[in-house]
Write a protein that binds this ligand. Structure first.
Ligand SMILES: [Zn+2]
Length: 462
């Protein structure tokens, strides 16, 4: 590899690409490299200033918010502190779906339509303007550099969204080639495909990996089973995102590839919310995103308490995301990170809300409770637990020759212990557990809605 190439890619090719797309990524990134070291007070002052600007833009140019602010008598310029944000109602997926056109700013430029499957399996269509793209890319770029790698370093991306693959037009392919990114589709993970992936990773000798934790852990485990070393390639870091990262996945990836795992949290809809630094802190992208933690009644909770993550993305003037309910659960930390960055920390992401299952007596529990029943049984290759109703849970199970059939009884009783003794558990054996349409792998899917008191449709339109 030419050591100069990364410098050329990061300093010339990537900036040129972004400029051609009318993105201001380079300037935004430069600002973020500085602001990450600011103290809390200065970061909050920046947030308040940008929040006022966003709300003013929304009031003047976005029909949905013009109507809303008028109705509740909200005046953006009267905001005295960030706490005033709580005077505004939440933005839910239901609201976005029913006001898609009214949420577009009349002065928006380059709006692009996006579509996310959403962890609930409910598709959400929304729009993203150029400003927001620049900010999200810049935040990702900054977090990449925390790990001693940069845009332009050879990268293997294990991803599976059909949208992304479909949108791979010639420009994107050229971009990937220039920036030395190679995509391995995560839809299909047959043994044959995995052998191919391992060969491609070995041939490329990437500096970084990027993908779903389940997919990277799956490849790692396969390499182990084949007895193929992957820790001699000079991989510096494995970036994972988009799913809960389990400890067993982290240790598998770290062991096999011989590099640390860096966890990222965010989404197409909510933005680049937080990313781990090498000191272990999950830093919020505080310049762009205000995070609130709320209880099931919608009240803002103090630091240290667990609740739903609500985000306001400050670079969304073209299609505002203001107090957007993510459906994810997390805790804010008020301790500083040993790395010295002032960006506040997200202490824990306890899982996507749909990772929760509901027992017959109404107890809501993390899907991990069921995952533990199956995960550590020898010979289990893949599984998926689908809670169809309070009365029926299905387990899709792919095993190999090491699997002891006596463990079927353990799975049945383990699930009944947690969900209730009357629950019917159906076990379906198969060679490959099918993935979600997005290519993501989900261990637990629940179709039971917990009666948590969260009412997603608080504002009915008249
Ligand atoms: Zn840190």
């Amino acid at each position: 590899m030419h050591p100069m190439y990364t410098a050329i890619a990061a300093n010339i090719l990537f900036p040129l690409h972004e400029r051609l797309k009318h993105h201001t990524t380079v300037a935004v990134h430069r600002g973020m490299e500085e602001a990450q070291w600011w103290d809390t007070k200065r970061l909050q002052a920046l947030q308040l200033e940008r929040l006022c600007a966003l709300l003013t833009q929304a009031q003047v140019h976005v029909p949905y918010y013009r109507e809303l602010f008028g109705r509740i008598g909200f005046e953006p310029l009267s905001m005295a502190s960030l706490n005033d944000l709580a005077r505004l109602p939440f933005l839910t997926k239901v609201e976005i779906r029913s006001h898609l056109e009214q949420l577009k700013a009349d002065n928006a430029t380059g709006l692009a339509r996006f579509n996310t499957g959403g962890s609930s399996g409910e598709p959400l269509i929304f729009f993203i303007g150029r400003e927001r793209v620049s900010h999200d890319v810049a935040a990702k770029w900054r977090a990449t550099r925390w790990w001693g790698v940069d845009i332009g370093d050879p990268e293997i991306v294990v991803w599976g969204s059909p949208i992304e693959l479909g949108a791979q037009d010639r420009v994107k392919q050229l971009r990937d080639k220039l920036l030395r990114t190679k995509l391995l589709p995560a839809f299909e993970m047959s043994a044959h495909k995995l052998d191919g992936f391992i060969g491609e990773i070995r041939a490329m000798r990437p500096k970084m990996l990027f993908g779903y934790p389940s997919a990277l852990a799956h490849i790692a485990r396969h390499a182990d089973e084949r007895g193929i070393a992957m820790n001699d390639l000079g991989i510096k870091v494995a970036f994972v995102t988009s799913e809960a990262l389990y400890d067993h996945q982290r240790s598998q990836i770290e062991k096999t590839f011989g590099c640390p795992v860096a966890n990222g949290y965010g989404g197409r809809d909510a933005g680049f919310i937080a990313h781990q630094c090498p000191a272990g802190g999950m830093h919020l992208t505080a310049e762009d995103i205000i995070v609130e933690i709320v209880d099931p009644q919608g009240r803002v909770l103090p630091h240290g308490e667990s609740g739903e993550i609500v985000v306001t993305h400050l670079a969304t003037g073209d299609f505002p995301f203001i107090r957007y309910r993510t459906g994810d659960v997390g805790v804010l930390d008020d301790q500083p990170c040993p790395c010295g960055r002032g960006l506040p920390l997200l202490k824990a992401i306890e899982g996507r809300s749909t990772d929760f299952v509901v027992a017959q007596d109404g107890t809501v529990m993390h899907g991990l409770a069921l995952v533990y029943v199956i995960r550590d049984l020898p010979g289990v290759r893949q599984f998926k637990i689908v809670q169809e109703s309070l009365a029926l849970t299905r387990v899709l199970l792919a095993t190999d020759s090491q699997f002891d059939e006596a463990n079927i009884g353990k799975i049945l009783s383990g699930i009944q212990q947690r969900l209730g003794s009357e629950v019917r558990v159906e076990i379906e054996r198969m060679d490959e557990v099918p993935k979600e349409k997005s290519g993501k792998y989900r261990y637990v899917v629940s179709h039971v809605v917990p009666s948590s008191g969260i009412n997603s449709d608080r504002r009915s339109t008249t």
